[in-house]
Design a protein around this ligand. Structure first.
Ligand code: SAM
Length: 288
């Protein structure tokens, strides 16, 4: 069905035709609302110069709309049984590449290699694995310009949370160190087949070098952040001092905190992104 400037795939018809039973454990809630699909596509601000990496195309409802606007779409879908349907729905586009793989195991560099324009990650994410997928894109050094992600509403709030609030955690710091997140709009559970048990929101993250260029070792930065939030009630001295990632003694952590003018009892949730960067740079220097 062609509506306005976008395509609306008839989800039920495709599911019936290919005899597809959706798998709840793979986070298969498919978008059926043309307006939401258009708004996600618009948030990509796509042109011919853009390569879109789409995680979990499902049966292609979003994919075909992205393909109309982008130079190329690489759609990574874990579920083999969806591929024949996807081949049909995206068949009219010569700029769509379907990859049947787990996005967490795929070689992202291999997918985007040779592309000279922008790379944009656009996805209605499978909710059971949201954080690992986001962190994989952030921790790698991929030349991504932005991410437009549909996530559970609570996750959207964590992505944009400020220090000292209950939602502030490793995901907030990870995202905010890599870019500028913004909640664009919320999405009702009625926009999906089947209806999920949670409400959703679409978040755009424009990736910037602002903070990243000051992080001396990105791996150690992410390890410090994870250690700091692994046990929320613990002070940083205890959580970094007992980190599974690196060996550093508590006295050293105390010296670092004092050099940053932070009190000895400070907890991870009180530190700004800026302070996490300074602290992790000190840790990197000590353990190198
Ligand atoms: N993009 C479609 C839409 O918006 O209607 C489907 C979105 S659905 C929320 C998530 C999709 O991600 C499902 O098709 C699911 O099979 C796929 N998926 C789940 N885990 C995945 C993984 N690790 N790698 C790639 N795709 C995955």
């Amino acid at each position: 069905i062609l509506r306005g400037s976008g395509f609306l795939i008839n989800t039920n018809e495709i599911l019936n035709k290919y005899n597809i039973r959706l798998t709840k454990t793979l986070g298969q809630n498919f978008l059926t609302d043309a307006n939401i699909i258009r708004k996600i596509t618009d948030a990509g601000e796509l042109s011919e110069k853009d390569l879109v990496v789409e995680v979990g195309p499902g049966i292609g409802a979003l994919t075909v709309n992205l393909a109309q606007k982008a130079g190329r779409v690489i759609a990574v879908e874990i579920d083999k049984k969806l591929i024949p349907a996807l081949e049909e729905t995206t068949g009219g586009f010569d700029n769509v590449t379907l990859v049947n793989a787990d996005v967490l195991k795929v070689d992202i560099y291999g997918l985007i290699d040779g592309w000279h324009g922008n790379v944009k990650v656009i996805s209605n994410l499978p909710y059971y694995v949201t954080t690992p997928i986001i962190m994989m894109f952030l921790e790698g050094n991929y030349p991504i310009e932005r991410m437009v992600l549909m996530v559970q509403k609570e996750v959207a709030q964590r992505m944009t949370a400020k220090p000292g609030t209950k939602d502030y955690g490793a995901l907030s710091v990870g995202i905010q160190a890599a870019g500028i997140p913004k909640i664009l709009f919320s999405v009702s559970r009625n926009c999906f087949i089947p209806k999920p048990e949670v409400d959703s929101a679409v978040v755009r993250v424009i990736i910037t070098d602002e903070y990243r260029k000051r992080i001396s070792d990105r791996k150690i930065f992410h390890e410090c952040v994870k250690a700091a939030f692994s046990q929320r009630r613990k002070t940083l001295v205890n959580s970094l001092g007992n980190s599974p990632f690196f060996k550093i003694d508590k006295e050293m952590v105390k010296d670092m905190l004092s050099a940053l003018n932070l009190k000895e009892q400070v907890r991870g949730e009180e530190l700004s992104v800026e302070q996490f960067i300074l602290l992790s740079n000190m840790v990197a220097e000590k353990i190198r």
